[in-house]
Design a protein around this ligand. Structure first.
Ligand code: SF4
Length: 474
């Protein structure tokens, strides 16, 4: 029989707002952040430890994009399922230990659909085993057969109840089967619809829900097409529209000279034009605003409504009360646990109820009242993520690793942004979570050169003899 004290302890543990390991990981992340980003709006270290991604798993890609963030010899590495699964497992185990449970993690490297569907599924399952919420990063140039083979087991039963894909489609990409050499975004609208329809069909036929994100690299050449991409793709099923201004990273042979002609404001203005609304990004902050601008919200009918209006002090107060009542993520525990945690949070911080009720009333009012088409509401997130140039990243990383002096403003900025990084790669061999800018700008070339030896596509000068162990990338 369980003693009353043990029962109470278990009840306390079950309904605790944040598990001890998650709380520890969040506190550590918060302590690592530069003071300049520890704002009331900051999500890092309070709601999340940040996003993660895999590396050194399958660098090969069958497209030729300009720019391309992969190193120039990425396509000399063969796609190898056992290597991918084992490496993903190792990296995610480390991420779980370093960053706690419940983080979003991208299965990313080269092109994920070059993996055998069974290997792809096994990698996703490995990520889930380590408490990650995986998202496959793809160019989307595959057919429904591949998607089904990934999503279903050999008996035709769903392996997953839900999947997440980030689909990169834009005119900087060369090699898509139906539009191999696009010269405008307009030529890709049918592809955006085709890819979204595949996932719709998966849901219809097998009940598997999908979170679909649309990614687009932005250059001066396609900047003015951003509004049209959003307007034409909205309603297809994409829940996130993420835009990455091109950066000088990866294969130098594929760079163009004018990337830095774009400012964040230039791109954000086009995103707002496409969304049809002002997109406030200071009410909720994800790392450093020079890296990320994010607006969470929903379309209700034709109207886009941000979750928070950062010019309304009542919304900001509701946010603060919510953060106090619900520290840490609440979305990953089983439903009964979540319900118990929410009940405990509300009982402990009752002022959150009027704050949230007021926020809900304002949100409904902005949507046009209770008569608005709520049934067709589409949660939609807009993101601008600006990767840094490899040169500044390398200098900043050198400073962080070795304490070398920094004076150049671009490097000072890079140091601050790396410290506040919201997207990092686990490196169990060095015990580090490494910012993706560092991964792509500094470590990928070294890592890929090692993979060329380990997983060569053609015989190498040493007679195709793979090394007996994986060499750490530093
Ligand atoms: S990956 Fe680079 S651009 Fe992105 S959040 Fe990290 S430091 Fe900023």
């Amino acid at each position: 029989m369980i003693r009353p004290t043990a029962l109470l302890a278990r009840l306390d543990q079950t309904t605790r707002l944040v598990s001890p390991d998650a709380a520890e990981a969040l506190a550590k992340r918060w302590a690592e952040l530069p003071a300049s980003v520890r704002t009331p709006a900051q999500l890092l270290g309070r709601r999340t430890t940040g996003c993660e991604g895999t590396h050194g798993v399958f660098p090969r890609c069958n497209f030729g994009c300009r720019p391309c963030y992969h190193s120039s010899d990425a396509n000399r590495v063969r796609v190898d399922g056992p290597h991918t699964i084992a490496t993903v497992d190792e990296q995610m185990a480390f991420a779980r230990a370093a960053r706690g449970p419940g983080a979003y993690a991208q299965l990313i490297g080269g092109e994920v659909s070059l993996l055998d569907p069974d290997d792809h599924a096994a990698a996703l399952l490995a990520m889930r085993r380590h408490g990650r919420v995986p998202m496959s990063f793809t160019h989307g140039d595959f057919d429904h057969d591949y998607l089904e083979a990934l999503a279903l087991d050999q008996h035709g039963r769903p392996r997953f109840t839900n999947l997440a894909f980030a689909v990169h489609i834009d005119s900087t990409m060369q090699g898509r089967r139906r539009v191999p050499h696009p010269t405008s975004e307009r030529q890709l609208h049918d592809e955006r619809a085709r890819v979204a329809a595949m996932f719709d069909r998966l849901h219809r036929d097998h009940g598997i829900t999908v979170y679909l994100a649309h990614n687009m690299t932005v250059t001066p050449a396609n900047l003015d097409e951003v509004p049209d991409v959003i307007a034409r793709s909205r309603g297809l099923g994409y829940r996130m529209f993420s835009f990455q201004p091109a950066a000088y990273v990866g294969n130098e042979a594929r760079w163009a000279p004018d990337y830095r002609d774009l400012t964040d404001d230039d791109v954000w203005a086009r995103i707002e034009a496409g969304a049809g609304a002002r997109l406030p990004y200071r009410g909720l902050q994800f790392g450093d605003l020079r890296c990320n601008r994010v607006t969470w919200g929903a379309y209700v009918g034709q109207r886009y409504l941000p979750v928070i209006d950062d010019t309304d002090p009542r919304d900001l107060q509701a946010r603060d009360r919510f953060f106090t009542a619900f520290p840490g993520p609440i979305g990953y525990a089983p439903l009964p646990h979540r319900a118990a945690r929410i009940a405990r949070a509300v009982a402990t911080h009752p002022t959150v109820i009027p704050a949230l009720a007021g926020w809900a009333a304002r949100f409904i009012h902005r949507a046009g009242g209770l008569g608005a088409p709520w049934r067709r509401a589409e949660p939609t997130t807009f993101v601008l993520h600006r990767f840094m140039d490899a040169k500044a990243t390398a200098a900043a990383w050198d400073h962080l690793e070795h304490g070398t002096p920094v004076a150049e403003p671009a490097v000072v900025e890079a140091v601050e942004r790396l410290q506040a990084c919201a997207y990092s790669m686990p490196h169990p061999e060095t015990g580090q979570m490494v910012p993706a800018c560092v991964q792509h700008g500094v470590l990928d070339p070294i890592e890929t050169a090692q993979l060329v030896e380990l997983l060569p596509r053609r015989p190498t000068s040493n007679g195709n003899r793979p090394p007996s162990h994986r060499v750490p990338p530093q």
